[in-house]
Structure formats: structure tokens, C-alpha cells
Design a protein around this ligand. Structure first.
Ligand code: HEM
Length: 436
């Protein structure tokens, strides 16, 4: 079950070479649970739906978040994404109302405003016959959406761009700390830790000024958005911490989901045609509202198939609290558990044609293999923004495809690289034309 030990590096080279494929393939090769070593520590890769369910859902208390989340907390503070146990549970209860279904109206509104900006720039590219940089532009769009939806609508594009830039810096530093071969304690006065402290401060200042900008621009009577709901249950410093976490959790993930969906559609003209027909029939030339989202099942299926094939979060990492067992594995306290979302989503024994783009599999959910599709994880820590992200992706895909034809990219399909999220290894240039 264990890969060669090679103390102290263990399987780090293979892991770093492909952090999405290595745990998946290692788990597949060993019946769903593969052991390996990294930094002298034992780790288990899991690509077995029942065992993933045990770790994330039924035995959640035995498997708290791994030490990697401490690096996140150094930049993002102690919030929903970085805590566990009773402190996390209290936060989750306080934040849940902010994401209730009625709040999705703000998401659709913010998506439409961000799409209008996107269309202005893409219309020019179409007229000039130039390709559009899909990853860069969906990233800008996703930050506009999350900033506008969370900060009650009043945030400028400039504030959204500044927040995006600092969030990207934070993600980069967190990844550097989590993947460096030498793991220094938090207090060590190394340049990386100084950079982390600086970024943390800039991020707080950027978000505080975006909040002030939103408050100044949004009339008090209209301050009923997601932030207002959050402020009703917490104070401003705690709200800044949670906002940092929400931007970090919700921006790049959704942007990558959209980029993969657009890139997949570029190679599947027939799905573009199906989406266009569905959107035109449902909207009759209008822009989509929240009420239209359930009437766009094909757009949602394309979004979900993109999240299956290219899950933006490709591993979720936990740590065994004590000794015990997990399926065939005998665990010691501190063992790392990598739930391989890529491994579950592409498991050859669970899915029909696992590597093929077949959105129709999501049209009849009863046929999906149980607990094998978990792009938003599952259990207590299941993504709080899942409905937010799926709503944004569904509306964006429907509107984009009803307006443009995405022509096959002459440069070919850009493959994934596992960084903070699963990203295309270079910019995806899409050549668009106006849809008839
Ligand atoms: C396609 C887009 C997204 C994907 C694939 C995604 C995926 C995930 C995953 C896998 C987790 C579990 C992490 C873990 O337990 O270690 C998670 C947690 C979380 N996500 Fe998302 N996410 C997305 C979008 C969003 C958005 C838009 C928001 C908010 C605006 C958001 C907010 C959160 C929060 C707050 C948590 C922590 C929940 C908790 O521990 O209670 N996510 N997400």
C-alpha cells in the first residue's frame, strides 16, 4: 500500500510534479487508499467514495483540517475557512444566513453587471478578430461578482481589481509556505513570513477601504445585501476576516470553473448549440434573473461536468486526530489524509468514460455514482458558497453562449496544472464570433 519511503522527502517530488494526479493515481493503484510519505510524515491518498464520506461526513470529528490550513490562517486570520471544532461551528452558524437562497438574487445581479463589462470588452475583440484571454477575464469577472455580491453592490471595479491582486498574492504565499521543503515555525523571522505579514496587512486595508466605499455608495435603505446580514451577527474586524476568507475561497475557484467550462465548450460545438437554444427559449432575449436559473438545466450540467473533469479544489486535506483505522489503512495520530477529488471524479471504476466531456450525465442525478462527485467537498465543511458559485457559473455560461460562438482554439487544449487551484498551465485564448 505504501510508496517507497525515501526519508525525508518520500513522495514529495512526484506529488509536486502533479499534485492532482499523483494522489489520484496512487489511490487507484491500491484499491482506493494509497499510502506515501512526505517530510518524514505518513500520508494516505483516498479515492474511494465510502471512505471519503467517512472522513468528511460521518467521522468528521476524528479528521480535523491538516496543518496546511495554519499557513492559510497566517494570511487570512482565524475564520470559517481556517478553523475547526466549536470555534468553527459558531462561525458557520453565524455566516450561514448570509448564503441562504434569497441572497442568490445579489449573486445574479452582480453576475449580470460583471457580464456587461465582459461583453463590452469581448465585443471589441470579436470586431477585431482577436482572441480573448479567458482565464484573465473570467478571473476579473469572478472578483467583481464576489466583491459586489458580498459588499452590497457599491464596490468599484478598481476596488475589486485591488482586492483580486492582493488575494492572488496571498494565495501565492500560502502555497509557497505549504510546498517548501523546509518548514519553519510561524514565528521564524524569514523573508517569507515577513511577506506574509505584509500581505495580510495590505489585504485587511484593501478590504476595509472597499467596505467603506460600498457603505458610502449604498443608500442605507438598500444596505440589505450579504454584508449587512453578516454585520448583523458580528463586528467589523471579524467581518473583515471573514471577507478575506470569502474572497480567497470564492474568487479563483469560480474563475477556474468558468475557464474550464469555456475551454471545454470550445471543443464541443454541439453543446454550445444546445446551450444557446435552451437560453434563448428560456429568456426570449431578456437577461437572466434568479427565477430563470432552474430553467437552464443544460448550462448547469455543463458547469457541473467542468467541475467534475477539472475540480478547482483537487485535494482536501485532513489529519488523523488519533490512532485508528480507515478502510484497510491503520492510522497513527497525525497521519495526513488527502481526499483526492480529482481521483473520485475520474475514477475508472465509478464513471462511464470518466475522461470524456458528457454533461448529460448530470441531467439525471439518480444515475450519478454515490459520493463520487464532490467539487465542493461534503459534510460539515461543505462549501458555503456552492449555490453562489453554481448560480454564477450557470448564468454566465448561458449568457456568454447565447451571445458568442467559441471557435476551436488553434493553440489546442491547455492542460491543467495543480497550483492553489487547478488552473490551465497558461492563458487560454479563445477566438469568439457573434452568435447568429
Ligand atoms: C466553483 C467554485 C468553488 C469551489 C470548487 C469550491 C470548493 C470548496 C471546497 C472543496 C471546500 C472545502 C474545503 C475544506 O473543507 O477543506 C470549500 C469550502 C468553503 N468555500 Fe468554497 N468553493 C467554490 C466557491 C466558493 C464561493 C463562491 C464562496 C463564497 C463566496 C466559497 C466559500 C467557501 C467557504 C466559506 C468554505 C469553508 C466552509 C466551512 O469550512 O465551513 N466557495 N469550497
Amino acid at each position: 500500500m505504501f510508496a517507497p519511503r525515501r526519508w525525508p522527502i518520500g513522495s514529495i517530488p512526484e506529488f509536486k510534479a502533479s499534485p492532482h494526479r499523483f494522489p489520484a493515481e496512487h489511490a487507484w493503484a491500491h484499491g482506493g487508499v494509497g499510502g506515501f510519505h512526505m517530510f518524514g510524515r505518513r500520508a494516505f491518498a483516498i479515492a474511494d467514495p465510502a471512505l471519503a464520506r467517512e472522513v468528511l461526513v460521518s467521522r468528521m470529528e476524528e479528521f480535523p483540517r491538516s496543518f496546511h490550513y495554519r499557513s492559510l490562517a497566517l494570511v487570512l486570520g482565524d475564520g470559517l475557512l481556517t478553523t475547526d471544532g466549536p470555534a468553527w461551528a459558531a462561525r458557520r452558524r453565524a455566516m450561514q444566513p448570509m448564503f441562504r437562497n434569497e441572497a442568490l438574487g445579489s449573486v445574479v445581479e452582480a453576475t449580470q453587471i460583471a457580464l456587461s463589462a465582459l461583453f463590452s470588452s469581448w465585443d471589441i475583440a470579436v470586431r477585431n478578430g482577436q482572441p480573448v484571454p479567458a482565464m484573465g477575464e473570467t478571473s476579473a469577472m469572478a472578483m467583481r461578482v464576489v466583491a459586489r455580491a458580498l459588499l452590497s453592490g457599491g464596490v468599484s471595479d478598481d476596488a475589486a481589481a485591488r482586492t483580486a491582486a492582493v488575494t492572488r498574492d496571498a494565495a501565492f504565499l500560502i502555497r509557497r509556505r505549504n510546498t517548501s521543503l523546509l518548514h519553519f515555525p510561524e514565528w521564524a523571522p524569514i523573508p517569507l513570513h515577513r511577506a506574509i505579514r505584509r500581505t495580510r496587512l495590505v489585504m485587511e486595508q484593501t478590504i476595509a477601504s472597499a467596505m467603506a466605499e460600498a457603505a458610502a455608495q449604498t443608500p442605507a435603505s438598500a444596505a440589505r445585501g450579504m454584508l449587512a446580514t453578516m454585520l448583523a451577527s458580528t463586528d467589523a474586524p471579524a467581518a473583515i476576516t471573514e471577507l478575506k476568507q470569502l474572497f480567497a475561497a470564492g474568487y479563483e475557484t469560480t474563475a477556474m470553473g468558468l475557464t474550464w467550462a469555456l475551454q471545454l465548450l470550445a471543443g464541443h460545438r454541439e453543446w454550445q448549440e444546445r446551450l444557446r437554444a435552451e437560453t434563448r427559449a428560456a429568456l426570449q432575449g431578456r437577461r437572466a434573473t434568479t427565477a430563470d436559473v432552474p430553467r437552464l438545466p443544460l448550462a448547469r450540467a455543463v458547469a457541473e461536468e467542468a467541475l467534475r473533469l477539472y475540480p478547482p479544489v483537487f485535494n482536501v486535506v485532513r489529519q488523523a486526530r488519533g490512532a485508528g483505522s480507515l478502510g484497510p489503512a491503520t492510522l497513527r495520530a497525525g497521519d495526513l489524509i488527502f481526499i483526492s477529488i480529482w481521483g473520485l471524479h475520474r475514477h475508472p471504476a465509478l464513471w462511464n468514460a470518466p475522461d470524456e466531456f458528457r454533461p448529460e450525465r448530470f441531467l439525471d442525478r439518480a444515475t450519478l455514482p454515490a459520493h463520487a462527485f464532490i467539487p465542493f467537498a461534503s459534510g460539515g465543511h461543505v462549501c458555503l458558497g456552492a449555490a453562489f458559485a453554481l448560480t454564477e457559473m450557470t448564468v454566465a455560461l448561458a449568457e456568454i453562449i447565447s451571445r458568442y460562438v467559441i471557435n476551436p482554439d488553434a493553440g489546442g487544449f491547455v492542460p491543467p496544472i495543480g497550483r492553489t487551484t487547478l488552473a490551465p498551465e497558461r492563458e487560454v485564448h479563445l477566438l469568439l464570433s457573434a452568435a447568429a
